[in-house]
Design a protein around this ligand. Sequence first.
Ligand code: HEC
Length: 104
Amino acid sequence: MALLAGMLYVGCGADKVAPPVGAAMNEEEVKNLYSVKCGICHGADGALQYAGAKDLSMSTLPLEEVHNQIKYGKGTMPPMNKVLDDAAIAKLAAYSMTLRKVKP
Ligand code: HEC
């Protein structure tokens, strides 16, 4: 686990990551990407809480931190910076905010 955590922080040059190219993704593709990459743990509505995942519908985390957490991961949540570019991560972060039922 310490090794994994170490690996997460070497991901600085992550803008050169291969597809999906986030900038070109439309709303439907972002939604599909969420269901593939996030839905297993967070569920379509964000409230599944599988594997100890936080309930996204109840989250009050600021957008910037949501972005970083998707990028670098946290606990059992896997980092996405090796598989997704920053634009895609930004769109997923924004999408996850739409699942909220609470406003910070
Ligand atoms: C393997 C299961 C898993 C997957 C896949 C996963 N997450 Fe998570 N997620 C977690 C866990 C566990 C936490 C709680 C981490 C902690 O605080 O220790 C979490 C926390 C979060 C939080 C923080 C919520 C808060 O209020 O603290 C956000 C936002 C989030 N995930 C979004 C996503 C998005 C978007 C994706 C897809 C790119 C994703 N997650 C994929 C397990 C997962």
